[in-house]
Design a protein around this ligand. Structure first.
Ligand SMILES: NC(=O)c1ccc[n+]([C@@H]2O[C@H](COP(=O)([O-])OP(=O)(O)OC[C@H]3O[C@@H](n4cnc5c(N)ncnc54)[C@H](OP(=O)(O)O)[C@@H]3O)[C@@H](O)[C@H]2O)c1
Length: 281
């Protein structure tokens, strides 16, 4: 299969390139074409003649999106529309990544694929607009919502903790009132490889199984690495950010289960696989 990957130099794109090496993979990034430009996007995808497009490119700096609203919507909303139109015109299936930020982050249970969205950030609003454009312009699509992502090379929360953990200093303060599913790019890419063989369409949540908080996630990273720096739990309200962080980021992988596909690994298994591959691990 010929597969074009947008955002091929990003954290997830790089992992996908590695996992899909049995296919004819064409990673592209902003220096190949800028997906904010509809003509460049259409021509580049038409020339590549892919069987599938995996759309990872995005403006992912959640706080920066709050002030650079035009950029967020240009890339995440319009850019996704351009990719969807181009993929459909080229007769390619489109797999595109989205986020838990399309939900409001309230509630007391994990969100499933049929829950109504209600983004509270510019990032979430622009990603939801991108989802809607994909649904409108490319019928053969699979929108994959992921969250709390980390992967080779970072940047990610895990990379920050691997840097801070071995340093001397006061105990770290880590929020303990945000709940989510830490998810490795390796776990996502392994499932994408399977999903390429399944003619599924629509929206699918694809996070690692099990839930935790950033504080408990930090404790797990430190225990696995043998770091003895202290960690204290704190609350989100102590660290106001330009983009409010959801208290409830948990996603239920309901569509994956209803399709009878294998479950994602637990976050604990995915974390130990990832840490075993780190240079100092
Ligand atoms: N990271 C997370 O925690 C997380 C969580 C949930 C969902 N997601 C979603 O997962 C996907 C992949 O995320 P990621 O962490 O791998 O992102 P990433 O590392 O930020 O990579 C995104 C890539 O897209 C490129 N890009 C940005 N604007 C572009 C444009 N106008 N034209 C072409 N390429 C452009 C970026 O290039 P530059 O670096 O040059 O800007 C970068 O290489 C995204 O859709 C994201 O919304 C991520």
């Amino acid at each position: 299969m010929k597969i074009l990957i947008t955002g091929g130099k990003g954290m997830l794109g790089r992992t996908l390139v590695r996992h899909l090496s049995a296919h004819d993979v064409l990673p592209v990034d902003i220096e190949d074409f800028d997906l904010r430009d509809p003509r460049q996007t259409r021509d580049a995808i038409a020339d590549a003649r892919p069987d599938a497009v995996i759309h990872c490119a995005a403006m992912t700096a959640v706080d920066r999106c709050e002030t650079e609203t035009d950029s967020a919507f240009s890339v995440n909303a319009l850019g996704s529309a351009h990719v969807a139109i181009a993929a459909h015109a080229a007769g390619a299936r489109l797999l595109a990544f989205s986020t838990d930020y399309v939900f409001s982050g309230g509630g007391s249970r994990p969100y499933h694929e049929w829950d109504p969205p209600g983004p509270r950030t510019v990032y979430g609003q622009s990603k939801l607009a991108g989802e809607e454009a994909i649904r409108a312009h490319c019928p053969d699509h699979l929108i994959l919502r992921i969250a709390w992502l980390y992967g080779g090379g970072g940047p990610s929360f895990v990379h920050t903790m691997l840097r801070l953990g071995p340093q001397d200093g006061d105990p770290l303060r880590v929020v303990n009132d945000q709940h989510g599913n830490p998810t490795s790019t390796d776990a996502v890419a392994a499932h994408v490889r399977r999903l390429l063989e399944v003619p599924a369409v629509g929206t699918m949540h694809l996070t690692c199984e099990g839930e935790t908080t950033w504080y408990d996630f930090t404790l797990a990273i430190f225990a696995a690495k043998g770091f003895d720096r202290g960690v204290n739990a704190c609350e989100t309200s102590e660290y106001p950010r330009p983009a409010p962080r959801p208290a409830n980021s948990r996603l239920e992988n309901r569509a994956l289960r209803l399709l009878g596909l294998p479950p994602m690994p637990t976050w604990q298994d995915a974390l130990s696989t990832f840490l075993a591959d780190q240079p100092d691990g």
